[in-house]
Design a protein around this ligand. Structure first.
Ligand code: 9MR
Length: 568
């Protein structure tokens, strides 16, 4: 008889590829330093190994021991068994082991769709009526957003899109990085995505499902541009957050608010990238590619004339009614958005002027992508198209490649000694609001270095962060809903809370551990004794347990890339 499942053995609860690294991390006190890999019934031992102690980290002070069973490569269902501690959750060793995870995390976006019914055929037990069907066809232009063609009292149609997160609003800045990440996943691994089937309404058409899903939000984004001048509204929102109700019950008036430089440049970047991707689907989606490019150019021109328009919600609320108190996404620095938009427009059009304006600097320090910091997305794109550039950019390619590899080397440094053996968790700063996206974006950065060098250490580092997200972490949770024996069950997600279904909507990534969550959401129940443990699986914890599209998208990239590269 196997021992009872122990939460003290932390591992990727989904599983491992036969040829890849396989680690479990043990907290607690084993009675010997031997570990076993066994069949789930405990009857058959298939592998025996020695635990190795880790050095307690800078802030992750609890000692751990590592069980490395990479040498065991036989397909099957197993547990790791540690005398004195117990047995792990059961997991698989098999090829394609993250295929379902990759697909589900992309399908997560389908569940966030606005303006459409989700029939049982596609949504299973999470089927639901359309949300915001009427409100988003009757969106008021907020007094902060009026223009000559759209004076006070104007009503516009701005349907479709994805709900941003646990709330029902639609924010251009956050859509920007989300879309850029998904479109880049497609550009980097198009063969993988061409065969993926998500069971969404468009699955039978000739367009890859990822591009059909992205199109749902792209069409919404296109409606957010003021036709008067090309500027883009910062968001489409209620005045205040809704209660925990289903979206068809959320019928309060919706507004598009003030245009801003961050929203407009992010929009330009997405439209430029979309234009070159959907160009290959002109037969299925006639005119779309051209519309995207026109929209991108108009947005870019607005931003050239308005390089510094901050979305300052507090200032806006002093001037205009109704006051708006939903997510601000209030970035104040636009050089990175300029770099990203310039790089995308340049690669799509090959016009040198965009490259010059993007201010690529090969001596610059790169910064991990996040919603207010998108510079690196431009560098990724230039590296991706390195064989297809004009001389002005071509001369920077070696420098850009070096920067990207250097960035990955910095990420890898020290990971092999860390308590959970992950790139994630180098400093306390990794544990911010939405730290799961830090882990996933680090994974993407490592994949880029792998693509440039073919050095497997980068791929292994990326896989380690996927292991982190699926359970090899200081709280022992798989942060992807629906995957793992101990996974997020109570995300701060109105749909999951209000739908009456016990299981949360599947394929959504919890924001995860956040060192400051307790002060930020003041939810009761935090018991953490170190920064990497500040997480509660409760829907009141919006600072550690919300879901968001900009967290799901790097997860989609990472899981899909890892699955696409599994045989390397
Ligand atoms: O992801 C955002 C995080 O970086 C901020 O610290 C936080 C507080 O401003 O807001 C997060 O974004 C939220 C947004 O404002 C509204 N929708 C839910 C988002 C995820 O929590």
């Amino acid at each position: 008889q196997a021992q009872q499942s122990s939460e003290n053995i932390r591992l990727n609860q989904v599983g491992f590829y036969p040829q890849a690294e396989k680690l479990a991390v043990v907290v607690g006190e084993p009675t010997s330093n031997t570990f076993y890999v066994k069949t789930p019934d405990g009857k058959k031992t298939v592998y025996t190994g020695k635990l190795t102690p880790s050095k307690p980290g800078e802030f992750s002070k609890k000692p751990t021991r590592i069980a490395d069973f990479s040498a065991f490569k036989t397909n099957g269902n197993y547990v790791v068994d540690i005398p004195g501690v117990g047995s792990s959750y059961s997991f698989q060793i098999q090829k394609d082991v993250h295929k379902a995870v990759a697909a589900a995390s992309l399908k997560g976006f389908y569940y966030q769709r606005v303006s459409t019914e989700l029939p049982e055929k596609y949504a299973g037990k999470w089927h639901r009526p359309a949300g915001h069907a009427k409100t988003d066809n009757e969106v008021q232009v907020h007094p902060s957003a009026v223009s000559t063609q759209r004076p006070a009292g104007t009503v516009i149609a701005s349907p479709r899109g994805w709900y941003d997160a646990g709330d029902y609003n639609k924010y251009i800045v956050n859509s920007g990085i989300t879309m850029g990440t998904l479109l880049s996943a497609y550009e980097d691994f198009s063969a993988y995505f061409k065969t993926q089937k998500l069971n969404i309404p468009e699955s039978t058409n000739q367009v890859p499902d990822i591009l059909d899903e992205v199109l749902w939000n792209l069409r919404w984004m296109l409606t957010m541009q003021d036709p008067n001048d090309g500027g883009v509204y910062h968001k489409l929102t209620n005045a205040a957050f809704d209660g925990m109700i289903m979206p068809d019950k959320a019928v309060k008036p919706r507004y598009v608010v003030q245009k801003g430089t961050a929203a407009t440049l992010d929009f330009a970047a997405v439209m430029a990238q979309a234009s070159r991707i959907y160009k290959n689907f002109n037969r299925e989606l006639p005119g779309l590619s051209d519309s995207c490019l026109n929209a991108a150019v108009k947005a870019w021109e607005w931003a050239q004339k308005n390089p510094n328009v901050v979305y300052d919600q507090e200032a806006m609320n002093k001037q205009f009614e109704p006051k708006v108190t939903t997510g601000a996404y209030g970035d104040r620095e636009f050089n990175d958005e300029l770099t990203w938009a310039g790089a995308e427009l340049y690669v799509t059009t090959k016009k040198d002027s965009y490259y010059t304006a993007a201010k690529i600097n090969t001596a610059d320090q790169l910064t991990l992508p996040s919603w207010p910091q998108v510079k690196m997305l431009g560098y990724y794109t230039l590296a991706r198209f390195n064989k297809n550039l004009t001389p002005i950019a071509q001369k920077d390619v070696p420098g850009i490649q070096k920067q990207l590899v250097q960035f990955a080397d910095d990420l890898l440094a020290g990971a092999a000694e860390r308590t959970y053996r992950t790139v994630m968790g180098k400093t306390e700063k990794d544990y911010i609001w939405g730290s799961s996206a830090v882990a996933a974006n680090q994974g993407i950065a490592l994949i880029q270095a792998y693509k440039l060098t073919s050095d497997k250490k980068y791929l292994q580092g990326a896989l380690g962060n996927l292991d982190y997200l699926l359970g090899r972490n200081a709280v022992g949770y798989s942060f992807l809903t629906g995957f793992g024996k101990k996974s997020t069950m109570h995300p701060h997600h109105r749909l999951s809370v209000a739908d009456g279904v016990e299981e949360p909507v599947p394929g959504l990534l919890s924001g995860g551990t956040n060192a400051r969550a307790k002060e930020q959401d003041k939810c009761a129940g935090y018991t953490a004794t170190s920064p990497d443990e500040v997480y509660i699986d409760h829907d009141c914890s919006y600072a550690s347990n919300e879901i968001a599209i900009n967290w799901n998208s790097p997860f989609v990239y990472l899981a899909s890339a890892i699955d696409a590269l599994q045989n390397q």
